[in-house]
Ligand binder design. Structure first.
Ligand code: ADP
Length: 282
């Protein structure tokens, strides 16, 4: 039976209704489908409304990530695990899909490591060290828990945060903000999924991010280096995730659009940037 992990982005301009309807049909067709979602845009809005505007950390290499102090983590949980996750579960339930929402900390589903010291470059170009950030990276996914749900007819709807564990001391476990694309990749690999679809507000990896007609159709055609080079900002994590999934045994990853007509079928048919294992890895 086909297993697919689909990650729907939380960026601006994604209309969730139509893609959730299509996802429901996929589930009803018998595919073992797992949904992973983000919520970055909504988190920014709610953070502003709550008087704790989002701030971003820039690493010396130019990589940007959300500064996650305790208050930010709480707002993040309200939006990701609350409004967004329950909104998706509600929508799927109305379509006859027995969706079940879980964050990565529930049941210890996604475990990872918290970043220790983060080097951040401020506007004046000075480097500072941040030691109290609640962010990190997922390293493992409890596939048995997901399979338990799928086997009982439930459809998992998964979202950050994840659980950072420190050695064998549970007292030091803490919820961390993690990238949902990378978490989806780890999940797909753990499940031995056939496909990972990373769907967001852009048609795929663009050679020129400002020009939607410059889509790179596949790594086989353009070469993985060209795809890595083209990906800036938040697209970098998607490319890393697509590659991680393949390295973990997933047969195919596609970075594609969450909008338009039947975006899931389109991505499965190859619309977007397709990553496939190379026949002769270098
Ligand atoms: P989501 O949160 O919906 O998963 P992101 O906003 O994290 O999606 O990532 C997609 C964003 O990546 C695009 O909106 C775009 O601003 C940015 N991006 C950077 N480089 C590229 C590129 N080469 N091609 C496409 N998008 C790119």
């Amino acid at each position: 039976m086909t297993t697919i992990v689909i990650k729907i982005g939380g960026g601006e301009g994604i209309e969730l209704g139509p893609i959730l309807d299509e996802f429901s049909e996929l589930v009803k067709s018998g595919v073992r489908a797992v949904l992973v979602h983000g919520g970055s845009h909504e988190t920014n809005l709610v953070s502003e409304q709550l008087g704790h505007p989002p701030t971003f950390i820039k690493s010396p290499s130019g990589h940007e990530s959300r500064r996650t102090d305790r208050t930010t983590l709480e707002i993040f949980e309200m939006v990701y695990c609350g409004k967004t996750n329950k909104g998706i579960v509600e929508h799927l339930q109305t379509r006859g899909v027995n969706a079940l929402g879980l964050s990565g900390i529930d049941g210890g589903l996604w475990k990872g490591k918290r970043k220790g010291a983060i080097r951040a470059v401020d506007d004046e170009g000075r480097t500072t060290i941040i030691r109290d950030d609640l962010s990190g990276k997922v390293e493992s996914c409890d596939a048995a828990l997901i399979n338990l749900l799928l086997d009982s007819g439930r459809t998992p709807v998964l979202t950050p945060p994840a659980l950072a564990v420190d050695g064998d001391d549970p007292g030091k476990s803490v919820a961390i903000n993690v990238d949902a694309d990378r978490a989806a990749a780890i999940t797909a690999a753990a499940l031995g999924a056939d496909e990972l679809l990373l769907l967001s507000n852009v048609p795929g990896v663009l050679a020129d991010p400002s020009d939607r007609s410059t889509l790179i159709a596949s790594t086989a055609e353009a070469g993985i280096d060209a795809v890595r080079e083209a990906a800036g900002g938040r697209m970098k994590n998607k490319v890393l995730a697509a590659e991680e999934a393949l390295n973990g045994g997933v047969k195919r990853s596609v970075i594609g659009s969450a909008n338009g007509e039947n975006p899931i079928a389109a991505a499965r048919a190859g619309a977007g940037t397709v990553f496939e294992p190379t026949a002769n890895p270098a």
